[in-house]
Ligand binder design. Structure first.
Ligand code: SAH
Length: 387
C-alpha cells in the first residue's frame, strides 16, 4: 500500500517499471495487478500516448492519491537526448541515449505537406551492406518496443506536438505553429534491420497505430527491409503497414556483394515474397529502394533489367543518390546517369522519383546514421587536442 511521505512526491519512480512502451493488454494487466479498475488503464493510455505527459501529477482526471501511488511505483521514461542537431534544410536529428548507455539516432524530415520520422530498430546492424555506414558497425543490441516507441514520443516532445487540453486536435495533423508538420509519417529506415527485431518492432508499431494514442495510421507507416524473406508476409498480414525493399542491384552476383543478406535470400525469392505481399495493390504499392552507385549499379541496362524483374508486382521505385561517408568505397552516380535510369523505369510505367538527400550536413541522410557518434565515443577518453 501507498504510505504518505512528508517530502514532495517525485514525478515518478526512476527505478520502477516503465509504463511507456506497454501495449494496451500489458497496461491493462499491469493496472489489474496494481489493484486499479480497468477504466484506469484506458485513462493512463490516453495520458501517456495521446497527451504525452511525463508526470503523473499532470493526469488531472485521476484522484490525487492514485496519482501518488502510481508515481511511487512507476516510471514514465524518456530516453535522454544526448545530442540534438538541426540541418540547414530543417531536418532534425536526435542522438538518444537509453538507460544502459546505448545510443541510436532518430531523424525528422519536414516537408510542406508532411513530417516524416525516421526511426531506428537496432543499435548497429548485422547486415554489413557495403555502401551503408551503419552497416560497417557491429550490432550492439535490439531495441525494445518501448525504445522504438520512445523515438516518436521524443520527436513529439521536441516538436511541441502534443495536443493541449483545450485542443481536440489529433497529434500528427499538421497544425503546429506556422502549419509546420510534426510527425505525420513514420519510416522504419533508421539504424538496423527491423525484421531481425520483428517482435519488438511489431509491438511498437501496434502502439504507434492505436487511434487513441499516437494515432499514426498504418498507411502512413513504412517498414524498410533489406529482404528477410521469411518475415515479409507477416508484416502485411499482422501489421498492414507499407513495405519498402532495399533492392539496390538486379543481379545476384552484385547483390551478394553489396547487400550480403542476398546470399541467404536471393533476388528471385525476395521478389516472390513481394509478389505475394498481403494487401499490396496498385493503390498500395511496394517501394523498391535503389541506391545510385557510380559505375556499380547505375547503367541503362540495369534499369531495363529492374523493370523486367518488377513485372507483376505493384511497385514504385525510389532512387536514392548515394550519401557519402568518410572512407566509403563508392561515389554517387552522376545526375545524368540518375536521370537516365529514372526515365527508363518511368517509361515502363513505374513511378521512379529520386529521393532528395536531406540532412547531409548533419549526417542524417540515408546510410549516414550513428557514424559520427560512434567515432566521438571512441575518441572520447583521449584529451581533445587543441585545434
Ligand atoms: N535495414 C533496412 C532499414 C534501413 S533503411 C533496409 O536495409 O531497408 C535505410 C535505407 O538507406 C536503405 O534502403 C539503405 O539501403 C539505404 N542506404 C544505406 N546507406 C546508404 C547511403 N550511403 N546512401 C544512400 N542510401 C543508403
Amino acid at each position: 500500500m501507498f504510505s504518505p511521505n512528508a517530502s514532495p512526491a517525485p514525478p515518478c519512480n526512476p527505478v520502477g517499471p516503465d509504463l511507456v512502451g506497454m501495449g494496451r493488454a500489458a497496461l491493462a494487466e499491469e493496472m489489474a495487478a496494481f489493484g486499479a479498475e480497468p477504466f484506469r488503464a484506458r485513462q493512463l493510455w490516453h495520458w501517456i500516448y495521446h497527451r504525452g505527459v511525463t508526470d503523473f501529477a499532470a493526469m488531472t482526471n485521476l484522484a490525487k492519491g492514485f496519482r501518488e501511488r502510481l508515481a511511487a511505483r512507476y516510471e514514465l521514461r524518456r530516453p535522454e537526448i544526448a545530442t540534438a542537431l538541426a540541418s540547414a534544410d530543417g531536418t532534425r536529428k536526435w542522438l538518444l541515449r537509453f538507460k544502459d548507455g546505448q545510443e541510436v539516432e532518430t531523424v525528422h524530415i519536414p516537408e510542406s505537406d508532411r513530417g516524416t520520422l525516421c526511426v531506428s530498430s537496432q543499435v548497429g546492424c548485422t547486415l554489413n551492406c557495403t555502401f551503408c555506414h551503419t552497416g560497417t558497425q557491429h550490432l550492439v543490441r535490439n531495441l525494445g518496443a518501448a525504445e522504438i516507441v520512445a523515438q516518436v514520443m521524443v520527436a513529439r516532445d521536441a516538436l511541441g506536438e502534443w495536443p493541449s487540453p483545450a485542443e481536440g486536435r489529433t497529434p500528427g495533423t499538421p497544425a503546429l505553429a506556422g502549419g509546420r508538420p510534426g510527425v505525420t509519417n513514420i519510416v522504419l529506415m533508421g539504424m538496423g534491420e527491423p525484421l531481425y527485431n520483428y517482435d519488438n518492432v511489431a509491438a511498437a508499431l501496434k502502439i504507434m497505430m492505436d487511434p487513441e494514442g499516437l494515432a499514426v495510421s498504418r498507411r502512413k507507416i513504412t517498414l524498410s527491409t533489406a529482404g528477410v524473406v521469411p518475415m515479409i508476409a507477416r508484416i502485411g498480414a499482422e501489421l498492414g503497414v507499407n513495405l519498402a525493399v532495399s533492392l539496390h542491384a538486379v543481379s545476384d552476383e552484385l547483390r551478394d556483394q553489396i547487400v550480403p543478406l542476398n546470399r541467404k535470400y536471393p533476388i528471385a525469392e525476395l521478389l516472390q515474397a513481394c509478389r505475394h505481399y498481403p494487401g499490396s495493390s496498385n493503390a498500395r504499392r511496394i517501394t523498391f529502394e535503389y541506391v545510385m552507385l557510380k559505375g556499380i549499379n547505375d547503367s541503362p541496362a540495369e534499369a531495363r533489367e529492374l523493370v523486367r524483374l518488377l513485372k507483376g508486382i505493384p511497385a514504385k521505385v525510389n532512387l536514392i543518390p548515394f550519401n557519402p561517408w568518410p572512407g566509403a568505397p563508392y561515389e554517387c552516380s552522376t545526375d545524368a546517369a540518375i536521370a537516365a535510369f529514372s526515365d527508363i523505369v518511368f517509361d515502363a510505367g513505374y513511378s521512379a522519383p529520386v529521393r532528395t538527400p536531406r540532412g547531409r550536413d548533419i549526417l542524417a541522410a540515408c546510410g549516414q546514421l550513428k557514424s559520427e557518434s560512434v567515432r566521438a565515443r571512441r575518441t572520447a577518453p583521449a584529451p581533445a587536442p587543441a585545434a
